[in-house]
Design a protein around this ligand. Structure first.
Ligand code: ADP
Length: 238
């Protein structure tokens, strides 16, 4: 379980997160939702230790993460836009990552088949299509079988077959008891995958709880409509 307690983050004068308290449960898919600039990526980066909160704490399975980065070995992260050394081949990137982890086995083999990347292994990163880069990022996130998986807009650029396969994998990982965090602009995808929602708005949590309860609260059947309603209401307050 990941627990945020009173997380505050400012970039200069801009207060992006204004005291976030939330829990992300094990064995569930939690989707962080909110308009552009609402702090979703910042919150994810705080879990990853890539951004330091100004105040508050993050606990993973009861242990505060401050200053100790060993826990990151147990997180698979698929960023929105991944950067790899452009002149290396896909095979070389995977080998480099395995070397860094001191792994001599081939944890990536099945994933390469599932994501249909076999034909791309000898290609340089700079020649890969956006979709194939995404697929490589998915392989890297999943290959060491981490307990926590963080997917930031994972299906952007994936074709429908692979996108579907990816979603099936998310279900499999969830059944294995993983803690899974997902951000997506595709509300139907959030509906398909998420058990829990954390809705960020203006630096605060507007809603946290089950997807079903959010729909009931808003009197909507579809998440997209519920989200639109929330944002329209907010426009009226401001
Ligand atoms: P989201 O992922 O919800 O779109 P972000 O967490 O990326 O939101 O950004 C939240 C706000 O913080 C935005 O206004 C963004 O411009 C600002 N921001 C993000 N990263 C930085 C940074 N490194 N320096 C300054 N401002 C930043």
């Amino acid at each position: 379980m990941i627990k945020f307690a009173n997380i505050i983050k400012k970039y200069n004068k801009l207060e992006v997160l204004k005291g976030i308290d939330a829990e992300i449960q094990t064995g569930k898919v939690t989707s962080i939702v909110g308009p552009n600039g609402s702090g979703k990526t910042t919150l994810i980066k705080i879990i990853l230790g890539l951004v330091k909160a100004d105040f508050g704490s993050v606990e993973i399975d009861g242990k505060k993460i401050n200053g100790d980065y060993d826990y990151r070995g147990n997180i698979g992260y698929m960023p929105q836009i991944a950067r790899y050394p452009e002149n290396l081949t896909v095979y070389e990137v995977l080998t480099m990552i395995k070397d860094l982890r001191n792994r001599k086995d081939h944890p990536e083999e099945k994933l390469i088949k599932d994501f249909e990347l076999s034909g791309e292994l000898t290609k340089a990163i700079r020649t890969l299509s956006g979709g194939n880069r995404q697929k490589l990022s998915a392989v890297i996130a999943l290959m060491f079988d981490p307990q926590i998986l963080i997917f930031d807009e994972p299906t952007a650029g994936l074709d429908p077959v692979i996108s579907n396969r990816f979603k099936e994998m998310v279900f499999v990982e969830k059944k294995k008891g993983k803690t899974i965090i997902l951000t997506s602009h595709i509300m139907s995808e959030v509906e398909e995958l998420a058990d829990e929602i954390i809705f960020l708005l203006d630096g605060k949590i507007y809603y946290k709880g089950s997807l079903q309860n959010l729909l009931i609260e808003k009197g909507e059947v579809k998440l997209e409509k519920a989200v639109a309603k929330i944002l329209e209401e907010r426009a009226l307050w401001n």
